[in-house]
Structures are given as structure tokens and as C-alpha cells.
Design a protein around this ligand. Structure first.
Ligand SMILES: NC(=O)c1ccc[n+]([C@@H]2O[C@H](COP(=O)([O-])OP(=O)(O)OC[C@H]3O[C@@H](n4cnc5c(N)ncnc54)[C@H](OP(=O)(O)O)[C@@H]3O)[C@@H](O)[C@H]2O)c1
Length: 253
């Protein structure tokens, strides 16, 4: 698929991977980029007539609806907004609210955004062009790291959502791309500076290339590529390896 002349919507576009996705989309010659953010004015860092800022809280259906009213046509939707709280499955009661946020943002967010926007992505069947949905996931959608078990659960849910989407949209000329960035140098991974990270720009470039190549999956970064390979060849071994990353020891009292 050619990106030139297309319109694209990117959620969580004010920082991290989303911010790089905006600059890459503009570089590729898209005609319009709808970038979503929660605080108005957060996309002022880019001065380009093709950029339209939409205010969207992905946990709020009314907010998604209002954003939808401002979009007249769309070729590509990228569900990028996400949140990570580093909470294990067994945790204190007051941290469970953060686990709820992970499910609401990482799973229910894309679910609601897709339900609102998919009709815009449907192209004429005789037309060679397709619509595309990209869900930004993680190999943590396929293995569970105990120190952030609730985030992994939310991303596993997003993988199920993505597969369901692909099945339901196959008759509508809409492709679905699963994007699996490895550890990426954004606010989300602050404090993990001892580990190798890829740049958000590299992630954005690979996602744009995968859209151009009509791929159904894209893995970015050695950690993501290696984990994906191990999940294919030795899923139990992959989970065992992830089990080394435990949270603080549990106390039963
Ligand atoms: N960084 C990594 O290592 C890594 C690896 C694999 C996958 N991913 C995935 O990549 C995506 C982007 O992550 P990132 O690293 O760029 O994270 P980031 O720098 O923390 O940015 C997260 C983005 O999501 C937005 N967001 C969070 N909650 C939202 C909500 N309720 N409604 C609307 N927008 C919301 C944030 O907006 P605010 O500024 O308003 O909070 C921000 O724009 C996520 O889905 C993440 O799970 C990241």
C-alpha cells in the first residue's frame, strides 16, 4: 500500500512511539494525519497543515464519538495509546485500580476506537486499495512477565481482539497489522536504562514499512524478534525465561 495521499489516525500521538509515527507519516507524504491526545494543544510541536489534532480519552466513549465526528474519511487507524503500571497479578488492593486502567486503555480503548472508526476504513471491493488497522502490541501479548502481569494480561486481551478484528474485517477489504515493538526508549520504559532499547523513530519507521508491504505482523528490536522466534519454537521455554522477571517477594500476611 502506498502511504502517499492517504489519511491516517494515530492514538496517543503526543509522545513516545505515537509522536514518531506522526513524523514518519508526514515524511511518507500522507494527505492528513489525525493525531489524538488528551490535553488540547499537545500536538503543537509539529507545524504542518496536514496534521489535525483530535482530543481523545480512549476510556471515554463520548470522547471517541466526538473525535469521530471530525473525521470525514480514513485509510489507516493506528491504535497506539497504552499504559503500563508494572503490577504483578498478586498485588495490594490499592494497586488493582491501575490494573483496571491497563485493561481500559490497552484493551477496551482499541475495542471502542475500532468499533467507532471501522466503517470509515471500508473501501470499495473493486478498488485495489484497502483500509488498515494497526494495533501496537508487544510480545508481552504472548508471554507473561510476572513483574508486570496485569499489563501482559491486557496485551493478551488486545491480541485476541486483533485476531477477532481480522476475521470479521476480512470480507471488508480491511487489513489488520500486529505491531510488536521491543523495549523502546520512551517514558513507558523510564528506569530501565540498563537494558538495550530501540528508538521510537525506528519503531515508527518499521511500522510504516510494514503497512507499505501489506504485512500482518512486524517485530522491532532484537528482544522482540528473538522472543517471537522462541514463542514459535519453544513456547514453554519462552514463558520460563519470562518467569525469571519476578516482582518483590510476596508476603501472605
Ligand atoms: N515503550 C516500550 O518499550 C513498548 C514496547 C512494546 C509496546 N509498547 C506499546 O506501544 C504503545 C506506545 O507506548 P509508548 O512507549 O510510546 O508509551 P508512552 O511514551 O508512555 O506514551 C503513551 C501514549 O498513550 C497515551 N495514553 C495513555 N493513556 C491514555 C488514555 N487513557 N487515553 C488516551 N491516550 C492515552 C499517552 O497520552 P498522555 O500523554 O495523555 O498520557 C501517550 O500519548 C503502547 O501501546 C505500549 O503498550 C511500548
Amino acid at each position: 500500500m502506498k502511504l502517499e495521499g492517504k489519511s491516517i489516525l494515530i492514538t496517543g500521538a503526543n509522545r513516545g512511539i505515537g509522536k514518531s509515527l506522526i513524523s514518519q507519516a508526514l515524511d511518507k507524504g500522507v494527505s492528513k494525519v489525525y493525531g489524538t491526545c488528551r490535553i488540547p494543544g499537545s500536538l503543537n510541536f509539529i507545524n504542518d497543515d496536514r496534521l489535525v489534532e483530535l482530543v481523545m480519552e480512549v476510556r471515554d466513549i463520548e470522547s471517541i464519538k466526538k473525535a469521530r465526528e471530525k473525521v470525514s474519511s480514513l485509510d489507516i487507524l493506528i491504535n497506539n495509546a497504552g499504559v503500563l503500571h508494572n503490577i504483578p497479578i498478586l498485588t495490594s488492593e490499592d494497586k488493582l485500580i491501575n490494573a483496571q486502567e491497563e485493561i481500559e486503555v490497552n484493551y477496551l480503548g482499541p475495542l471502542n476506537v475500532c468499533n467507532m472508526f471501522w466503517p470509515l476504513l471500508v473501501k470499495n471491493k473493486n478498488n485495489e486499495e484497502k483500509g488498515v488497522i494497526v494495533n501496537v502490541m508487544s510480545t508481552l501479548a504472548k508471554v507473561t512477565y510476572p513483574f508486570c502481569g496485569t499489563y501482559c494480561a491486557s496485551k493478551h486481551a488486545t491480541l485476541a481482539l486483533t485476531r477477532g478484528l481480522r476475521a470479521q474485517l476480512s470480507d471488508f477489504n480491511v487489513d489488520v497489522l500486529e505491531a510488536y515493538p521491543g523495549l523502546t526508549d520512551t517514558d513507558m520504559t523510564e528506569g530501565l536504562d540498563h537494558l538495550p532499547k530501540v528508538s521510537p523513530l525506528k519503531v515508527a519507521k518499521k511500522i510504516m514499512s510494514a503497512i507499505e508491504n501489506n504485512d500482518s505482523e512486524v517485530y522491532v528490536g532484537d528482544d522482540s524478534i528473538e522472543m517471537a522466534q522462541q514463542i514459535l519454537t519453544d513456547p514453554e521455554g519462552a514463558q520460563k525465561e519470562a518467569n525469571q522477571y519476578m516482582p518483590d517477594p510476596l508476603t501472605s500476611s
